[in-house]
Each structure stands twice: as structure tokens, then as C-alpha cells.
Ligand binder design. Structure first.
Ligand code: LLP
Length: 427
């Protein structure tokens, strides 16, 4: 976990830096990211999968140039899904052949840039894209390595909006009705594509490994059909990301080595049964690497007790820096970090400063009843899908990401300014 510690006097430090100092130096709200923890998690994933597999960090969870450099140094690859993520990755020196390019509606320009840059793989998401990518590869005279993303038809047990392997949704090509097999058939016919494998991503914030098992079984089944029909054994499979993290103490995440062991065993077993060479496996964890490494530091503003209900605690950010509670009913915890308190706990709801009653950061939490304006509170596990999904709603400025390490803090994404906002407003 993050190297958060509270000493005997109640001083909270992260990465060796006092949170009050962080608030003074960088202001609030701010995402405080523990670099050592990030690197340790990245390394744990890399180590768990070993030399015969690849770990692609999913940039959508959180991407910045510092993060790209850490990943590069720790031996991970990178999954990007837009021109913007690609530009960030390349500008921070990630070798293009370690980048996978995803997306259900990549523009022609994005495809062109990805091929020109020499990305290691483009993950094809539709019949039209198979042709589109082949055309652009031909125009550029560069044969492109591709995977084909399929939907295996499993229901991942997670929120509807982040489940992606059932068939009635926009991602991938359904295995059902022979569609995935037809996609492979068409792609194999196109000389400008080098089909290296099959991709499946079943969803996000998943704890139950059985969905991955079914997915692996079906992906290997397709590999077997491809071998039988075309006489080729595709050398790679990607099982996507989606491993859950603990947002509250109820969640019980798996360790990377357990996940690696489980996935490798399933694939090996299935391949042996089908008499296939075991393909190179890759995975795409985002949340599981960056999620737990950061918390959001807020300053408490207005406190409004509502008799018989709860106390509304307003902070200086809100749904613009963490949309997950409003969007997915996500659960978070919160702690007072600028001092200790022996006061009775009170039922609180941590809300933001936006003009919307759904602007909730933590729905139900206990905070000390002597909480006062100016106190600092921290909401843990906001490293994934918070800064990356942040908005400027109400022209609120997006918070900085501050990396802490070894007693030092450094801004890796600076706070937005009103000048930044006005610069875009050219009317
Ligand atoms: N690979 C693919 C193809 C994906 O679509 C995703 C996530 C990942 C990997 C990484 O999944 P992870 O390991 O981070 O769960 N905004 C939502 C999550 C959306 C995930 C989208 N795709 C949230 O805040 O929960």
C-alpha cells in the first residue's frame, strides 16, 4: 500500500512527506501519488508474469510523462487508446514497439500516427477497422502487427457500465455466430496485417477469477479453430485488465502473482488439451497498479449538520476530480489527516462544490464530530480513473498530481489555472 504513516503525535506522512506540508506547498485539492508504491506495484506485476508474458499498463487509468518513464524503467509496456495518450507515451520516450493501440473508433489520423510511430500492435475492434488499418498500412508501406478483440460472452460481475464481454455492447467482435472467426479469416487475407493474436477484456473492478477462466477457455477455443481452418497457430493472447482493488475494507483484491499463476495455468491447460503451443500471454492492468497509489487531499469548507439525517461536509473539489461516485455509485472511505481527534464519530457525507446534488465524493462515512473548516481530509485509492476522468465542470480547475518519494514531493501534473481555461476560450 501507499507508504502512509501516522506517528505518535498524529502527524500523517506519505512517502516521508507530512500531509500538512503537502497542502501548504501544493494547495488543495491535490492528488498525492506515492512513486515508490507505483513502482513496486508495476514491478510486482512485471515479476509475476515473467519473461514469457507482457504487462501493458492501461494508460486510461492515469497517464502522465512521469508515469510513462516509471513504467519504461520497470519493464512494462503501455496500452493507449487515443492520439492524446499515444502522444504522451511517445513524448516520454516509451519505445513504440512496446505500445498497444486500442479503441472502438480510432480515427484514420490516429491509426496513421500509430503505424508511422511503429506501435507494437493495434487491437482491431470491428470488421470495418480491419480494412481501414490494412489500407492505411498499405498507404504507408508498413506491415502492421494486430490483435483482434473479441467478446467472449461472459457476464463479469461488476457495474454495468464497466463490464465489456457480454455481447450487447460496443466493444469487440462477438465470438457468437462465428463472427470472430470470420474477422480472423478476413484479417489473415490482408497482407498488410500481421495477425499476432486474440484480445479479450471482460470488464473492470473484478474480483472473481471465473470470468477470466471462461474467457481464456473461449479464446483458446478460437485459436484452435483458427489452427484447424488455416493451419496457423496465433502466437499471442491478451486477457485484458480489470483486476479489482480495495476501495473500502470490504474488498479483497488478489495479488499479481496469484493472478499470473491462475491465468497462466488456465491458458496452459486449455492449450495442452487443444494440442496448441502455449501462446505468449499479455495483460493490461490499469487500476490495480495506479489505483491504490494515490489519495486525494481536500480541505474541509462548509459543514452542514442535518438533524436526524447526516452531516454534509463540503470540500474544495468534488465530482470534477472524482466522478466515480456519481457515475458508478463507487464507494470510498475518508480520513481526517491534519490532526488527531477523540471526538465521537458522526455520520457524514463528503460532497463537492459543484452545482449539483449528485456531487458526492464519499456517500457514507464516519468523521470526528469536531471536524472544522480548514481540516484536511484524505480520500484513498483515487489513483485510477479520477484525474484521468476529471472535468472542468463549473469552470473548476483540475487538481495537480503531486508525486512523493523519499521525503520529497514534486508536481508531475500541475494544477490547472484560470489562464489555462481562458486560453481555450477564443470566441
Ligand atoms: N484493457 C482494456 C481494453 C480496457 O478497456 C481497460 C479498461 C483496461 C485494460 C484496464 O482495466 P483496469 O485494469 O483498469 O480495470 N472508468 C471506469 C473504468 C473503465 C475501464 C475501461 N477500460 C472506472 O472508473 O471504474
Amino acid at each position: 500500500a501507499q507508504t502512509v504513516a501516522r506517528d505518535a503525535e498524529g502527524t500523517v506522512t506519505v512517502g516521508g512527506v507530512d500531509v500538512k506540508t503537502l497542502a501548504e506547498q501544493h494547495g488543495t485539492p491535490a492528488y498525492i501519488l506515492d512513486e515508490a508504491d507505483f513502482r513496486a506495484r508495476a514491478r510486482a506485476w512485471r515479476g509475476a508474469f515473467g519473461a514469457d508474458a507482457d504487462v501493458f499498463y492501461a494508460g486510461k487509468a492515469f497517464l502522465s510523462r512521469a508515469v510513462v518513464r516509471w513504467l519504461h524503467e520497470e519493464g512494462l509496456n503501455l496500452d493507449v487508446c487515443s492520439g492524446g495518450e499515444l502522444a504522451t507515451a511517445l513524448s516520454a520516450g516509451m519505445p513504440a514497439d512496446r505500445i498497444a493501440f486500442h479503441g472502438n473508433n480510432k480515427s484514420k489520423d490516429e491509426i496513421r500516427r500509430a503505424i508511422e510511430a511503429g506501435v507494437g500492435r493495434i487491437v482491431l475492434d470491428s470488421f470495418q477497422e480491419i480494412v481501414r488499418v490494412a489500407h492505411i498500412a498499405q498507404e504507408l508501406g508498413k506491415r502492421q502487427r494486430v490483435q483482434i478483440r473479441i467478446t467472449v460472452g461472459v457476464e463479469a460481475h461488476t457495474h454495468e457500465f464497466i463490464a465489456t464481454a457480454h455481447e450487447d455492447q460496443k466493444f469487440g467482435i462477438p465470438l457468437a455466430g462465428g463472427q470472430a472467426a470470420e474477422a480472423v479469416r478476413r484479417a489473415l487475407r490482408l497482407d498488410w496485417l500481421e495477425v499476432i493474436g486474440i484480445h479479450s477484456h471482460i470488464g473492470s473492478q473484478i474480483f472473481d477469477m471465473s470470468g477470466f477462466e471462461v474467457a481464456a477457455h473461449r479464446v483458446v477455443g478460437l485459436l484452435k479453430d483458427i489452427r484447424d481452418e488455416h493451419g496457423v497457430e496465433l502466437p499471442e493472447i491478451d486477457l485484458g485488465g480489470g483486476l479489482g482493488i480495495a476501495y473500502t475494507s470490504d474488498d479483497d483484491p488478489r495479488e499479481p502473482h496469484e493472478i499470473a499463476k491462475a491465468l497462466t495455468e488456465i491458458v496452459t491447460r486449455e492449450c495442452e488439451a487443444a494440442r496448441l503451443r502455449t501462446p505468449r500471454i499479455s495483460v493490461e492492468p490499469g487500476r490495480a497498479i495506479v489505483g491504490p497509489t494515490a489519495f486525494t487531499l481536500y480541505e474541509v469548507g462548509t459543514i452542514k449538520p442535518l438533524d436526524g439525517l447526516r452531516t454534509y461536509v463540503s470540500v474544495d473539489g468534488g465530482m470534477s476530480d472524482n466522478i466515480r461516485t456519481a457515475l458508478y455509485d463507487a464507494e470510498y472511505s475518508v480520513a481526517l489527516v491534519s490532526r488527531t481527534s477523540d471526538a465521537e464519530p458522526m455520520l457524514a457525507r463528503v460532497v463537492g462544490k459543484h452545482c449539483e446534488s449528485g456531487d458526492i465524493v464519499v456517500k457514507d462515512a464516519f468523521l470526528p464530530s469536531d471536524l472544522a473548516p480548514g481540516d484536511l481530509i484524505a480520500v484513498p485509492a483515487t489513483g485510477a480513473y479520477c484525474r484521468s476522468m476529471a472535468s472542468n465542470y463549473n469552470h473548476v480547475l483540475r487538481p495537480p498530481v503531486v508525486a512523493v518519494n523519499d521525503g520529497e514531493s514534486r508536481v508531475i501534473v500541475r494544477r490547472e489555472t484560470e489562464d489555462d481555461l481562458l486560453r481555450l476560450d477564443v470566441g
